[in-house]
Design a protein around this ligand. Structure first.
Ligand SMILES: [Zn+2]
Length: 210
């Protein structure tokens, strides 16, 4: 995750996305998990368990409330995003839709991911899991940038990176909390997602000529 410079004037030209090849061999995301991730997870779960016991269960109650509040908040966020963001599909930014479906299939993720393109100056992209639905939010700057400068590989990498977070189990609420309070875990998760993304992007087959 990194911060980008906001593109003031979105491109007024019709959306002409370059092809985004995504087909290729399956990728076992778990094999590319960064070394040390298991240790950091064990430490954080152990610490969490100690805190729960030490607080006579009150922390668990607090976490449960936090979890429910967060779930409601993310549902609301999703609903709001759907209002303002563009959901990619066969009729809209279909190259992104096809690429995300191919990557998701290669990662053996169940069902097609929901990919949204939103306008924001905060982050580059986000992977969220809401219930069973896997969402990827791309920022318009990344998409317009790929179109304006004709750098499809950058866009493919961002899509692959976010789907890798899903495949590696990083997109849930608890993991997001842990990543927030434990920067080393967050860095390892980013590294793992990058490694998986490289596999997806570099081993993709060039599209067949029709
Ligand atoms: Zn990431």
């Amino acid at each position: 995750m990194s911060y980008g410079v906001h593109h003031q004037a979105p491109s007024p030209t019709p959306l002409e996305l370059p092809p985004l090849p995504g087909d290729g061999p399956t990728v076992d995301a778990g094999r590319f998990r960064a070394a040390g991730t298991g240790l950091w997870l064990a430490i954080s779960y152990g610490f969490l368990a100690l805190l729960i016991v030490g607080s006579f269960g009150f922390l668990l109650l607090g976490l449960l409330f936090g979890y429910l509040a967060d779930l409601m908040l993310s549902r609301r966020t999703m609903a709001r995003l759907r209002g303002s963001a563009v959901q990619v599909g066969q009729n809209q930014l279909s190259a992104i839709d096809a690429c995300a479906r191919q990557f998701a299939a290669r990662l053996k993720l169940e069902g097609a991911p929901t990919v949204l393109v939103a306008e924001s100056s905060m982050l580059n992209a986000v992977a969220m899991r809401i219930g069973k639905r896997r969402c990827v939010m791309l920022l318009d700057d990344v998409v317009w940038g790929a179109i304006d400068y004709q750098i499809p590989d950058a866009l493919r990498f961002v899509i692959a990176h976010e789907l890798a977070h899903h495949a590696l189990g990083h997109a849930g609420v608890l993991r997001s909390y842990l990543r927030l309070v434990l920067p080393p875990l967050s860095r390892l998760d980013e590294l793992s997602a990058d490694t998986v993304a490289l596999q997806l992007v570099e081993r993709a087959r060039p599209p067949r000529k029709v």
